[in-house]
Design a protein around this ligand. Structure first.
Ligand SMILES: Cc1cc2nc3c(=O)[nH]c(=O)nc-3n(C[C@H](O)[C@H](O)[C@H](O)COP(=O)(O)OP(=O)(O)OC[C@H]3O[C@@H](n4cnc5c(N)ncnc54)[C@H](O)[C@@H]3O)c2cc1C
Length: 322
């Protein structure tokens, strides 16, 4: 990098020292001293369950926590920031996501057992890894994470839950990096959890979380995890391009029943379809655009409202430019 180039500006030839920049970039992004991987115009479809949608202006995969903090400090709020887990609850709109999408990979995927039936998890760890580590350590109460195909960061943000339990029941606290690079530890009560919702600060990236369970028998825990896996297999379209539960269950009601009751089972729009197997799941049958998927969701909402007077609320996060 020459003196004429601002130290936080990305050169088009990707030659900035100390970081891996791939492709051609527009706009400005800090690269000096950054050790992680930065990709401009990064296709997000391969990274999300729906396998649809546009590109991130920038995708950043930090090398570690210090790298993430340094990057965000240097970014200094000049670009919006969004964290991405497995994209299992996400519609990325076709126009792509402005600013920087941050994806936590292996450096953030460790799970450690601590005294007092506590698991300390990196935010990139998958639910199945967390549940399996808990089983092996004889920690009960985290079995439900076996069935949710996301990362710890996504669970904390979404208050993921299943089978009568949710993250709010097990979270002690989490570590976050705020958009200005500041590190903070937030207790569960500071997240003000409600159904599939937290008040995580806008743009905060969860980097780690501590969950508490109770002492349990690994065999019994394993059996419960197997039961959950089988129940999922029987009831959900797991091997499809989907985004999980589309709508939140309204108080006292089941979203899938309202969708089914409005005659939407199997309903299609473009390449998107309401699952025949589970009517609260939308699926990409092949080449759906995100506009097809979101449009189908809106059509379902209209039909449910016309039929039952209930306004379904999206559970799936919809992000980016149309
Ligand atoms: C087949 C299937 C079954 C599912 N079953 C369930 C279920 O039973 N219960 C349930 O609750 N959900 C379920 N889901 C939805 C999904 O798995 C959860 O919402 C999960 O918590 C999303 O995790 P993720 O890491 O993939 O997040 P993403 O989908 O990548 O992102 C979801 C939201 O979390 C934010 N986010 C992700 N990582 C971070 C981070 N590190 N820091 C800050 N914010 C972050 C994103 O910005 C976005 O707003 C299912 C999905 C599928 C496809």
């Amino acid at each position: 990098m020459t003196a004429a180039v601002p130290s936080w500006s990305c050169e088009d030839d990707g030659s900035a020292p100390g970081c891996a920049v791939e492709g051609v970039a527009d706009g400005v992004i800090p690269t000096a001293g950054v050790r992680g991987r930065i990709v401009p115009d990064a296709p997000l479809a391969p990274l999300v369950w729906f396998k649809a949608g546009g590109k991130a202006d920038w995708l950043f995969e930090p090398a570690d926590l210090a790298d993430l903090q340094h990057f965000l400090e240097e970014l200094d709020g000049r670009q919006p920031v969004m964290a991405l887990g497995l994209g299992s609850n996400l519609i990325v709109r076709d126009g792509g996501v402005p600013g920087v999408v941050i994806r936590l990979g292996k450096p953030f995927a460790r799970v450690q057992v601590r005294e007092g039936s506590i698991l300390a998890c990196g935010a990139g760890a998958h639910g199945i890894l967390v549940a399996s580590a808990a089983r092996d350590a004889g920690i009960a109460g985290l079995e439900f994470l076996r069935g949710i195909p996301g990362t710890v960061g996504g669970f904390v943000r979404m208050n993921g839950g299943a089978y009568g339990r949710e993250v709010a029941d097990i979270l002690i606290d989490c570590d976050v990096v705020l958009p200005d690079g500041e590190f903070a530890t937030l207790s569960a009560s500071q997240l003000h959890y409600s159904y599939r919702h937290s008040e995580l600060p806008e743009g905060a990236v969860v980097v780690a979380a501590r969950f508490r369970g109770t002492p349990g028998d690994p065999k019994a825990i394993g059996a419960e995890m197997d039961r959950i896996a089988q129940a999922r297999e029987d009831s959900q379209p797991l091997r499809t391009k989907t985004g999980g539960s589309t709508f939140k269950n309204p108080p006292g009601q089941k979203a899938w029943q309202l969708v089914d009751g409005a005659g939407c089972r199997g309903l299609k729009l473009g390449g998107a379809q309401v699952s025949e197997k589970h009517t609260n799941f939308l699926i990409n049958t092949g080449n759906a655009t995100s506009a097809d998927i979101e449009g189908l969701g809106e059509l379902v909402r209209e039909k449910v409202y016309a039929r039952s007077g209930v306004g379904l609320e999206w559970e799936i996060q919809r992000v980016g430019r149309p």
